[in-house]
Design a protein around this ligand. Structure first.
Ligand code: TYM
Length: 312
């Protein structure tokens, strides 16, 4: 029997190349070795996204992105979180097992507070919803970018706390983080992130991609524009880039144009595939995925309800 792999992406905006290189590409490389599940984390997105039209559009777009990069729904269970109510149910059970100070250590929550913003209660308990996502399916491995490492640690803690209180029920999962691509930098050199406004869209038009690349922050003192180079390395081996960067030392515009062409070369064929995927295709994939996910999640919840004593 294959081991279980589980990962997810929030439907909070359009996917960027950080999501692709940090999560989707590594996922594609190993998905076949595992019994794999890929979830659209729409209830996680609700912590920041309150616009129903945008929510609907993002869910559809994220699934189209998955399919366009080559995730095959015949091999991988693709589903959305809100279709399997066991996720929110189990999250509540975990919420009742962990303490407030424990959740106060979570980066996403701490960052928000550090910025002087008020977090909603959903953001505060976010790690327990993510723990439920992972633990419901007896997950062995969770491929993610470095920013999600702490969340997988929370999932392990939740499993251990439940197992200690009620007996062995949940497997403790391990994150898989590929060091070379653990944190993809954005156009300003910081982690590429929707919330920093420094993204290069994965499925933007060529013009949108060009606009983002032209906006990469460059330091006029050096020969090599480091932020351009850091992103360029994702598209060509560093050794192959050397002659180009040597020949065009200090010519930042030329190097950015070369990067745009390299991105376009990778994205254009996927964009074509994506254009043929309909909203109806997405609905079919999600309906089938939900059936498969629900069967497993419901069986797990029977056991959990029995163990905590709510089944009489
Ligand atoms: P999210 O939606 O922010 O990101 C999805 C995936 O993309 C990775 N990623 C990056 N990797 C490298 N460099 C970057 N700049 C970069 N930006 C994003 C993330 O690490 C992630 O792997 N909480 C999760 C979603 C989630 C989930 C789960 C993941 C919900 N439940 C269960 C795994 C398992 C999140 O907000 O990811």
């Amino acid at each position: 029997m294959k081991k279980r792999l589980f990962t997810g992406i929030q439907s909070s905006g359009t996917l960027h190349i950080g999501n692709y290189f940090g999560a989707l590409k590594p996922f594609l490389e190993i998905a076949g070795d595992y019994d794999s599940m890929l979830m659209v984390a729409d209830y996680h997105a609700l912590t920041s996204l309150k616009d129903p039209e945008a929510m609907r559009a993002n869910i559809i777009n994220v699934v189209k992105d998955y399919l366009a990069v080559g995730v095959n729904p015949a091999d991988v269970v693709i589903f959305k979180q809100s279709d399997v109510s066991a996720h929110t149910e189990l999250a509540w059970i975990f919420d009742c097992l962990v303490t407030v100070p424990f959740l106060q250590q979570a980066h996403a929550y701490k960052d928000k507070i550090a910025k002087g913003l008020e977090a909603n209660a959903g953001l505060f308990t976010y790690p327990m919803l993510m723990a439920a996502d992972i633990l419901l399916y007896d997950t062995d491995v969770v491929p993610v970018g470095a920013d999600q490492k702490q969340h997988v640690e929370y999932a392990r803690e939740a499993a251990a706390k439940f197992n200690n209180s009620y007996g062995e029920t949940f497997k403790e999962p391990k994150e898989i983080i590929m060091e070379s691509i653990a944190t993809i930098p954005g156009t300003d050199g910081k982690k590429m992130s929707k919330s920093y406004g420094n993204t290069i869209p994965l499925f933007g038009t060529k013009d949108e991609i060009a606009k983002a690349v032209m906006g990469i922050v460059t330091d006029s003192t050096g020969d090599r524009p480091e932020h351009v180079h850091a992103i360029h390395k994702l598209f060509q081996a560093d050794g192959d880039l050397l002659p180009l960067y040597e020949e065009h030392k200090g010519k930042y515009k030329h190097l950015k144009e070369a990067l745009i062409e390299d991105i376009e070369r990778m994205v254009a064929p996927m964009r074509e595939v994506r254009a043929d995927i309909t909203d109806a295709d997405v609905k079919t994939v999600l309906e089938e995925g939900a059936l498969r996910a629900r069967a497993q999640a419901d069986a797990k919840m029977q056991d959990v309800r029995e163990k905590i004593g709510v089944r009489i």
